[in-house]
Ligand binder design. Sequence first.
Ligand code: ADP
Ligand code: MG
Length: 706
Amino acid sequence: GDVDFKEKLKFSQHLKEKAEAVSDFAKSKSLSQQRQYLPIFSVRDDLLGLVRENQVVVVVGETGSGKTTQLTQYLHEDGYTRTGLVGCTQPRRVAAMSVARRVSDEMETVLGEEVGYAIRFEDVTCRNTKIKYMTDGVLLRETLKDADLDKYRVIIMDEAHERSVNTDVLFGILKKVVARRRDFKLIVTSATLNADKFSKFFGSAPIFHIPGRTFPVNILYSKTPCEDYVEVAVKQAITIHITSGPGDILIFMTGQEEIETACYALAERMEQLISSSTKVVGKLSILPVYSQLPADLQAKIFQKAGEGTRKCIVATNIAETSLTVDGILYVIDTGYGKMKVYNPRMGMDALQVFPCSRAAADQRAGRAGRTGPGTCYRLFTESAYQNEMLPNPVPEIQRTNLANVVLLLKSLEVKNLLDFDFMDPPPKENILSSMYQLWMLGALNNVGGLTNLGWKMVEFPLDPTLAKMLLMGKELGCVDEVLTIVSMLSVPSVFFRPKDREEESDAAREKFFVPESDHLTLLNVYLQWEEQKFKGELCNDRDWCNAHFLHVKSLQKAREVRSQLVDILNTLKIPQTSCHREWDVVRKAVCSAYFKNSARLKGVGEYVNCRNGVPCHLHPSSALYGLGYTPDYIVYHELVLTTKDYMQCVSAVDPHWLVELGPMFFSVREGDTSFLDCRRWHNEEKTDMEEEMEKLKQEQTEVAGR
Ligand code: ADP
Ligand code: MG
């Protein structure tokens, strides 16, 4: 399924001269000259005039026109920051960090001073901060403490077209702020044509269009559906590199693993080429971008490649609209992306690969036409584009678990969730199943109100399950231990498993194994890491981590998360109790949060889900798998769906805990207390709890629908 080469060759010749002229531009211009070259600059004064006269303005412009980096500065220059902050929300953490860095460079300040950013567990702002970039989640949490957002003079809701759950909830909340505070301004920006919808939602707010400046993009489709798009994309990139004129390449893939595979393959092909070819092959700088990539590596995509070097960026849909890299003339679009979707069988959200929408494919193609006429290679057929792809993506709020949002709205005293001013209300079943999940965790009472536990859970910027685990740590006297586990679960994996040293790294990981629990294994890693630091100067942190195949950055991040959670515990006056190596209670705390995800041993090494009998397997990375230990009952952190259903991060549990902590699912089988009875699975007869559950669901319907 390769694309048409002749056509491509002809076109690339045609591009060559233009591309050369363009790629010199950024190199030769100062930052302030670059600012003035942006499309938004030509309409600066009109835009500021419109903002002065209106409380809400919708701004539409092509990606790269300067919305994210310039609007905040214009507002600052126009005096808005004299009486408050200019805040700008981003749906993605990476974008918030990267853009804040760029803007602080443009303003010639130190990041964290006038210009700062805040993402979950990381606040890089200070008293002098005037322009604050943040994730929409951070702003949403700020509304808990300050419903009117008094410290903000202007909020820019950037990338509103992405329609993240948090953005959608913010829409409803900010609409109220706009009504209450006459001095407050709201700017909503969008890359696409959702503008009318946004404008209507805010009572026909004016729409401002930034004139575009884009070049044509030649779109080439694959003739047949391609089977292995990673392979095809790599081949295509190499072909471009050898046969086409200058200009950087951007490849869209779905996630970290694929991106790493592709980068590895690209590097390998390049090596082969250089050693076997008699012709001179130009250098190719291969740059991955995905959300979990460390910030310094992410920043690399913006750096100029050396003379005669072509950049090849391999990215997730993060490069679709949030990050703009200049100089891209070739886009390779696999046509897929990952989306968070609620999976009823797993009972949780999972990132799943889906064909992207037509709007997304067009957006991706557009990335090739920013600095000159470009080419987009679509690794899917034209018929797939026309007939199979959805015109627009489905908003996240309509497809994900809303437990977090429900908890938050409940704490904002929004009694009737179905009445909340959603731009696109989530399906009722989503709200109800999220409420049910919160009820199961003990955060909601039988009439759908927040319990004491629920009120405390809101305080933590954590998934409700993790918050529950932490608060159960208090009941069980092991806050210190659970704190570490929760922090470790909130950062990218600490285990480092390089491709060519798998056995060695597996052996290193095995040394940390706690036989009955991956959660305790994480705790063990953290404790040993902390301990080695007291062993004297001989031991260097980084060396120690490298020797044990651990990511030092993840561990450091876990420590930061931990210390922030400690601050919250302190304000709640929850003492940091410890169980001193009597770790069984820690597993019980884990069980209190994850009893819903439980499995029992069925055959030799075979597990089935306790509630629905579906077979599930220990993940090969699990300590239990590694040591061949198969306890009768386990709980797991999440299911990973690949060739089989794998349970990831597993702990052995005592079945009596399941009965104690999850009575709506489990009871002890009469006459045989050694064996657990999961009623739902064994017989269809309803238990009292289940009837109560049904009643609750009806009551919730009533509460919600009143
Ligand atoms: P928009 O929000 O309209 O898509 P941006 O304000 O993000 O546009 O981008 C404007 C310009 O600033 C683009 O040319 C982009 O390449 C550049 N830019 C943005 N972030 C960075 C960065 N971190 N480093 C270098 N250039 C950047
Ligand atoms: Mg932007």
